[in-house]
Design a binder for this molecule. Structure first.
Ligand code: 5GP
Ligand code: MN
Length: 335
């Protein structure tokens, strides 16, 4: 990391107009890392803005600085102008520019210097500086380390700590996944000592559901099926089910994990019909232990992610998506 920090210091020493951006359908790590870096750069007196491709779910509205986000889909003109006026773009929590939605169309690699800060496997090589570290639990944990290596640990206050804690918490399933190690807990210890209200952060995320979310969870549990010989479960949510239960953005988040809470199940998937597109199905995969969700998603469903959590998509009907899932499982080799 040392060499990259040197390059970053050099970039930051120039006159910069900075944009920070993240992936479509931003989650806790995407919003937490973007706003943490935003607050840090503000404290370093940089001209900085955060642009997200589309609206984040309501349960992230409380994150410090959220009201300053520019949402591309809602405020296209301002977003375009801001990107156009910038010369340095930080892309956070993704490793393929296409994950930034329409933002990618406004990036001009001749004019914009790009810095990637991310923890997903197999990055595309598009940035001048690539802080690509799949061994980190979250982009937030990585941002903490970059800030420390930049010599800016003293600037990490309660506000920045709140943003960082959020992303580490959500991307580790509240500190349970394999990506968590001693360094993660050292970082968490530092953040807690800054006086953050960790109980409130937890309640804001996990105990602030809409009734619609629980109703939709009910549908997903009703639709759950098992493939015993493959130690696999799967479920689905149709457009009709989402509509009948007044689906709101973010309602389906985390539901996939219920399929993995069963005894003897090592792999699970949820298929969710896109509410707006005609025949697009978004799929989330989760696994325990060694089952490589990212490889499965990449091989069969044009996706990717991490070993134990990945996503992908399918164009067609729900029945065909599930048929493809079942036949893919039969031919997939886990190693
Ligand atoms: P989720 O199931 O929560 O949407 O995503 C789980 C993980 O897989 C996240 O780390 C996310 O970045 C990744 N992921 C989700 N969808 C896609 C996709 O369509 N393509 C790729 N490459 N990664 C994805
Ligand atoms: Mn992440």
């Amino acid at each position: 990391m040392e060499g990259k920090i040197k390059l970053l210091k050099n970039l930051l020493s120039k006159e910069n107009k900075i944009v920070i951006t993240t992936h479509t359908n931003p989650d806790g790590d995407a919003i937490g890392s973007s706003l943490a870096l935003f607050h840090l750069f503000k404290k370093m007196n940089f001209n900085v803005k955060v642009i997200t491709p589309n609206q984040h779910p309501e349960f992230l509205d409380w994150v410090p600085g959220c009201e300053q986000l520019i949402v591309y889909e809602k405020n296209e003109q301002l977003a375009k102008k801001t990107i156009n006026n910038s010369n340095l773009i930080f892309t956070l929590d993704f490793n393929d520019l296409n994950r930034s939605g329409k933002i990618v169309e406004n990036i001009d690699l001749d004019r914009h210097k790009l810095v990637m800060i991310d923890h997903h496997q197999s990055p595309n090589d598009y940035a001048s500086i690539m802080f690509s570290y799949p061994e980190f639990s979250s982009t937030c944990e990585l941002i903490f380390n970059i800030a420390v290596n930049l010599g800016k640990k003293d600037l990490i206050d309660k506000e920045i700590s709140t943003c960082l804690y959020l992303g580490i918490m959500t991307d580790t399933g509240s500190f349970q996944y394999n990506g968590v190690n001693g360094n993660t807990h050292h970082t968490l210890s530092f953040l807690l000592e800054k006086g953050i209200d960790h109980n409130r952060i937890y309640n804001n995320i996990y105990n602030s559901h809409n009734l619609s979310k629980l109703k939709i969870l009910g549908c997903a549990i009703k639709n759950l099926s098992l493939i015993h010989n493959k130690k696999t479960s799967y479920t689905f949510l149709t457009k009709q089910e989402l509509k009948q239960n007044q689906y709101k953005k973010g309602d389906s988040e985390g539901i996939v994990n219920y399929g993995l809470s069963l005894k003897n199940i090592h792999f699970t998937a949820i298929f969710i019909e896109d509410e707006l597109e005609v025949s697009l199905i978004k799929i989330s995969f989760r696994s325990k232990n060694e089952f490589p969700c990212d490889r499965f998603a990449k091989e069969f469903f044009s996706g990717g992610g991490h070993k134990n959590a990945a996503g992908g998509k399918f164009e067609g009907t729900m029945i065909n998506a599930i048929k493809k899932f079942q036949s893919s499982l039969k031919i997939f080799k886990t190693n």
